[in-house]
Design a protein. Structure first.
Length: 81
């Protein structure tokens, strides 16, 4: 199923807190699972990738820290061999 996650896409077209939170949760989840920022931007209906990056950049930073930790572990293990 393909759908847009924009705030106006909820039932009734209103912009309630619940309608706004659902796309945010979906966007964070998609980014946590490795989805590309451009894809999330398009699903949310953002006009620019900068808007998406400014809003969800903290998720990307967390992923970068996890990747750095994984690399450190691998390099540390290789140094012990």
């Amino acid at each position: 199923m393909i759908f847009r996650l924009g705030a106006g896409g909820g039932r009734g077209g209103g912009s309630t807190g619940a309608v706004c939170r659902a796309p945010a949760r979906a966007a964070r989840s998609a980014l946590d699972q490795g989805e590309e920022l451009r894809t999330v931007m398009e699903l949310l209906g953002h006009s620019t990738i900068r808007m998406t990056a400014d809003t969800y950049g903290h998720v990307l930073l967390a992923r970068a820290r996890q990747a750095a930790s994984a690399i450190d572990r691998v390099l540390g293990e290789e140094g012990m061999a």
